[in-house]
Design a protein around this ligand. Structure first.
Ligand code: PHE
Length: 480
């Protein structure tokens, strides 16, 4: 790869990765998933997952990306060859591309809603309207496949243009404009929430840890949310890592990214719940939290139209800086492998995701019930795609990445990339070799209802053993 595909500015990797991480996952998904799973208890498990599983895998992904210096698929093909491991590990690249496609397909549809709500807010039509009237804004939008499709198209085209312009003129330049704007808008919304909302109530809702309130599904949701929010397990961070200058610190960057992502989720959660509580609405209202409860809350306070409008612009751009990281890894692969031009590659990925997105568009109206998805998975097409990608593909991809980085790469290689001292290295290695795989196994079994309270030592032992066996075989092959 030529030098031209290394970020020009110091710190662009962090900017790009934070841009990827901060998105609908923080502003829309996090608050409603917290609400659905009982507040503080969920956050405790979530924070632990970010620290023990997310952070080490974030480092592993960056490491593999920078070491491979190509798209995730090509990097994995090269690394399995150079390290003489089984070809099976290339599945990391392929599965990641599939997950990126699936997530981009629904991500674009939901991000499109923010355009509609931004327009509605700025028009002032919601100010002083009745709760029912405001709730129908989302209902009416969801009932119209045409409108949903228009916004979906708009968002996808905007994302494609940025990536199509290239690593420097598109991604780097775009992010350097979008990211500072996001920060300003987030602070504005937080200030608004502090003035008109019930911050104290929101804080005690978010930070009162009561583990017994967490359901089995809550554990899976916390893990899926951690992977989704940190953009882990599908190669987005890997692709950005490939453009990272050799002298930048991976561990410091990863810590900054995890901190920023969690910080934004908490700040958004505080602001949203403060307003929702002040308007005496239900915090556990599900995906409609941001699109029904929040507009109702804004409508009840002074200058709500303006700040509500700013909020939805924030959502739009946060989503945009994430969706580009879903296109980039696959587009880069198409360029490398099939020698497509960047524009052709980006169009191929965006068009496929756009087509698939029609399933999500229809899930809210024409296909709201009685489809094959409902028969097979007891959920709509949208929910099935989301569940498969977020709660299954991302964690599995993340574990495979952890095992590969932890066992197949040599200590010298890792130390050259991480540039870290021995103690930190061993901690990281222990985390990717054992802790992350075991945690994911534990949560999967729990989600399936297999682990009640007292069998957890057994599951941990099993997880460590399985990690060891998987790792050992990788390692032996790599060594021979
Ligand atoms: N992290 C993004 C968000 O929170 C979504 C995302 C997931 C982006 C996976 C890229 C890869 O909105």
């Amino acid at each position: 790869m030529s030098q031209s595909n290394v970020w020009t500015h110091k710190g662009t990797f962090i900017l790009a990765a934070v841009g990827s991480a901060v998105g609908l996952g923080n502003l829309w998904r996090f608050p409603y998933v917290v609400g659905e799973n009982g507040g503080g208890a969920f956050i405790l498990v979530y924070a632990l997952t970010v620290l023990l599983v997310g952070l080490p895998i974030l480092m592993a992904e960056t490491l593999i990306g920078r070491h491979g210096r190509q798209s995730p698929i090509m990097s994995m093909i090269a690394l399995t060859k150079s390290h003489n491991t089984s070809k099976i590990w290339q599945v990391i690249g392929w599965m990641g591309a599939l997950a990126a496609l699936l997530i981009l397909s629904f991500y674009s549809v939901i991000a499109g809603w923010s355009v509609h709500f931004g327009i509605q807010q700025f028009s002032g039509s919601m100010q002083g309207a009745s709760h029912e009237a405001i709730a129908t804004v989302l209902d009416n939008l969801l009932a119209s496949p045409v409108l949903l499709l228009v916004y979906h198209t708009l968002f996808m085209v905007a994302s494609a243009i940025i990536v199509g312009l290239g690593v420097h003129r598109g991604l780097e330049k775009g992010l350097r404009i979008i990211m500072p704007l996001l920060l300003v808008m987030l602070l504005l919304v937080l200030a608004y929430g502090a003035v008109y909302g019930e911050m104290g109530q929101a804080a005690s809702y978010l930070f009162s840890f009561n583990l017994s309130a967490l359901s089995l599904q809550g554990w899976i949701a916390a893990m899926g949310q951690a992977f989704f929010s940190l953009s882990l397990g599908l190669g987005a961070i890997m692709a950005y890592g490939a453009y990272m200058p050799a002298r930048e610190s991976i561990s410091k960057s990863a810590a900054t990214i995890a901190l920023a992502d969690t910080g934004v989720a908490l700040v958004a959660g505080l602001a949203i719940f403060a307003l929702v509580f002040a308007a005496q609405l239900d915090p556990a209202s599900g995906p409609g939290l941001m699109f029904i409860s929040l507009p109702i809350a804004f409508s009840a306070f002074p200058a709500g139209a303006l700040f509500g409008g700013v909020f939805f612009i924030l959502v739009f751009f946060a989503a945009l800086s994430s969706s580009i990281s879903l296109i980039e890894p696959v587009a880069a692969f198409l360029v490398e492998r099939f020698r497509l031009s960047r524009l052709q590659a980006v169009c191929a990925m965006a068009a496929t995701a756009w087509l698939l997105g029609i399933l999500t568009v229809l899930s809210f109206n024409v296909m709201a019930e009685g489809t094959i998805f409902h028969t097979l998975f007891k959920r709509s097409a949208f929910d099935s795609i989301d569940f498969l990608a977020t709660n299954i593909l991302l964690p599995v991809g993340g574990v495979l990445i952890a095992l590969f980085a932890g066992w197949a790469l040599s200590r010298a290689e890792v130390e050259r990339e991480l540039g870290t001292n021995a103690r930190w290295f061993l901690l990281w290695q222990f985390a990717v070799r054992y802790v992350a795989p075991t945690a994911v196994l534990f949560v999967f079994l729990k989600g399936l209802g297999f682990t009640s309270g007292d069998v957890w030592p057994l599951v941990v032992a099993l997880g460590f053993m399985a990690s060891f066996v998987a790792g050992r075989s990788l390692w032996l092959k790599a060594d021979s």
